[in-house]
Design a protein around this ligand. Structure first.
Ligand code: DP6
Length: 442
């Protein structure tokens, strides 16, 4: 009884994967299909409690084709990146037995069995918060579990990498390095299998860090990372100088800063690397502006007091100078959102007070929808409601340098988070995104 003759069984697995933010950026590929980068990169994995993708993958002889739903809407799996991940995972599948359900799938059967995949982000996809990193990491991780793939996590990261480069770093928690791999090794016989993610330190290593993401209101559609970096590789001389001369040294320094929890070095390296990445974008022809229009107009007119995220940088630099050492690190990806990293709760408390002072919400927004994630930092800051935000005193250290101008509505919301763990499996069947009877989205 059972097995492939009986057609009504469904086997499924649900997993959760974190997103990550690079502190030494990946920008530029040496191989577009395999997604091999031109330099190493380093990231911090963000706590999946606040930002993550959940994915259920299911297999059944009753499924007619591979199908996927993202946030409840069906999406096409025909793209080469999905196809690469599915092909690579399927080719490593093993025998799977579920005695309770009377299911036995032979290694060879996987080639002929179809999959249903449902994926859900616990944060707005439109916010531009690297949803593809968490998404592809979760897809590969959950499929590997379903198909009893025995490869170690590093090997899985090389598969996730073929979905989206930055996704390989989401296979681990804490601090992660994506090693570019040996340039000479790539030939017809090799497949860039040495371009993998490795964990530098787990999420417990430096758990004082507090991460605040400012989701900046943006009207324009940004150039995708994939397109942007292709154009940079083709046209930016600065990018080639960066990948050869700057990043190799910075990677070593950043590894050391993380190992020794040297926040001063960590912050200056992260800020410098973000700034150089955006300088590369400006060095690309035609130039790419990720930090939004308002901000760039400010750069051109050498007027740094306006434009929210530029102000965030300018303000951080001022604060950092005031405190005589870098207090808060900032980094920006291919979009206008600021990711701010504070060394501890004390600094994070001062930071959130200042952020809320300068960037209050536009209308009568509730505090609970303006500050998301770990709200305990608000408590520390003595902020319990929007009323408290409105009466925040101007930050002392900049009273006479900066007019206490507010940038109301320039930030849509903040997310408070911290370094977090890597992918995890859900044992509980109630958490599945697909119906256990029909295999369709719930
Ligand atoms: C600026 O991983 O999204 O976030 O490999 O083409 O899918 P593809 O690009 P993607 O690029 C991320 C670029 C970045 C920097 C980083 O995460 O390292």
């Amino acid at each position: 009884e059972g097995g492939l003759n009986k057609k009504d069984w469904i086997l499924m697995v649900t997993a959760q994967s974190p997103t990550n933010i690079a502190v030494i950026k990946y920008w530029g590929k040496r191989d577009e299909t395999l997604i091999l980068p031109i330099n190493d990169s380093i990231s911090v994995t963000l706590d999946p409690n606040h930002l993550c993708t959940t994915t259920t993958v299911a297999v059944s002889p009753s499924f007619d084709s591979d199908q996927m739903w993202l946030n409840g809407k069906e999406i096409s799996l025909s793209g080469s990146r999905y196809q690469s991940c599915l092909r690579e995972i399927r080719s490593r599948a093993n025998d799977v037995e579920d005695e309770e359900k009377g299911i036995f799938i032979k290694k060879e059967d996987w080639e002929n069995l179809h999959l249903h995949i449902a994926s859900f982000n616990n944060f707005p996809t439109a916010a531009g918060l690297a949803s593809s990193a968490a998404g592809f990491a979760c897809l590969v991780y959950s499929l590997a579990k379903l198909m009893n793939v025995k490869e170690e996590q590093g090997k899985l990261s090389a598969i996730a990498r073929q979905g989206s480069g930055s996704a390989c770093r989401s296979l681990f928690g804490g601090f992660v390095k994506w090693a570019m791999g040996n340039v000479r090794l790539i030939s017809k016989d090799t497949n860039g299998s040495d371009s993998i993610a490795v964990q530098l330190a787990n999420e417990m290593h430096w758990d004082d860090l507090v991460i605040i993401i400012a989701v900046v209101s943006s009207r324009q559609k940004e150039t995708s990372s994939t397109t942007g970096m292709r154009e940079s590789v083709e046209t930016s001389p600065l990018l080639h100088y960066r990948s050869k001369e700057v990043v190799p040294k910075r990677i070593l320094q950043m590894e050391e800063a993380i190992k020794t929890r040297d926040f001063t070095s960590f912050a200056s390296l992260a800020c410098a690397d973000s700034n150089q990445f955006h300088a590369v974008c400006l060095d690309t022809s035609p130039p790419i502006f990720y930090m939004n229009d308002t901000s760039h107009r400010q750069v051109l007119f050498s007027c740094l007091q306006d434009g929210s995220q530029l102000l965030i940088i300018n303000y951080m630099e001022k604060w950092n100078r005031f405190e005589a050492m870098p207090q808060v690190a900032y980094t920006f990806d291919a979009g206008p959102n600021a990711v701010l990293i504070a060394p501890n709760r004390k600094v994070a408390t001062l930071l959130i007070q200042r952020l809320l002072f300068y960037f209050p919400p536009s209308s009568d927004t509730e505090l609970s929808s303006f500050v998301l994630g770990d709200k305990s930092i608000l408590k520390d800051a003595g902020i319990g409601s929007m009323k408290d935000v409105e009466v925040l005193p101007p930050p002392a250290e900049i009273k006479d340098n900066i007019p206490s101008q507010k940038f109301r509505g320039d930030v849509s919301y903040f997310i408070c988070t911290r370094p977090g763990k890597g992918p995890t499996l859900f044992a509980d069947e109630s958490q599945t995104l697909l119906d256990t009877k029909t295999g369709l989205p719930k």
